[in-house]
Write a protein of this length. Sequence first.
Length: 339
Amino acid sequence: MEEFGQFRPVDAPPMRHARLHRALAWLVSLSALGLVLSVPVYLFTNKEAEAVAAPAPVEATVPAVRAADIRRFATPQRLPLNSEVALVFDAREGEVIYEQRADRHRPIASLTKLMTAMVVLDARQRLDEVILIDDADRDRLRGSRSKLAVGNAYTRHDLLASALIASDNRAAAALARTYPGGTPAFIEAMNAKARTLGMAETRFADASGLDSRNISTARDLVRMALAASDYPNIRRLSTYDSYQLTDLRGGRTLTFPNANRLARSASWNIDVGKTGYTSDAGYCLLVQTKVGERPLVIVLLNSWGRQSKYGDTARIRDWLLRAERKLSTLTAAPADPRG
């Protein structure tokens, strides 16, 4: 007798038991096959979905600060400079950021040599042509010295380098003298080039800048700097740290550093640059550079001391970077929900 509630399994008939096992095995196999086949499809489908659904990476950028906002809100009138004339021009936006007597006519000394270089290159004379330094190339106006001795021979390229890097007046005079038509034709070409560039307030009387009748304004000199930057030779030569040239007659080699200290500084990115000085012009500087991500042209005329122009460029850079940080922070700040 079986006790009430006690369970005892009932054996299935042998044939029925085998059929049941085969059916179960078939179902398991079919399920496994379906799972295996579905895995690649599942993975592919999900990868595609992720690729479509994933947003493109967004770079974290500082909000751009407009040149007009810097001019308006960064109190440029408080920027203390030691140059009589100054102008800071945003070359990307075509806007003046800072100006001080930007339309005053001033002698420009050796800034002239950027125009000299453009006229030489426009003439497409051979840069490997050998030019003999002549007695006519001496500076009889101010008595300035030169390392290029009368009777020495240099290529036109080396004279161009000497004029732009060492600001050599004798090199500039030789370039003008060997121009088609001579020095008078060269001076005429300089003034014609100035008119073409829209430099209506500019006049040239010589190729070196020794003549105080070489006059311009800071606003016109921005045009000259932008035009000079279109010449690869000027960009390269005016920014060399130093240069070496050899007298092709006597074999003597000369090495001279760039007269523009900013071109030799790792903290400045100079695209085009030129310094200048005469007693009438004072210390002058013209550079195309970049501060932060902003391309600029900086013009400084009649700085009172030899190093003042460099101090002024540092003051301009620091003021501009502070203004950008401050204004970009204000631009990025969330709006006050209270209005």
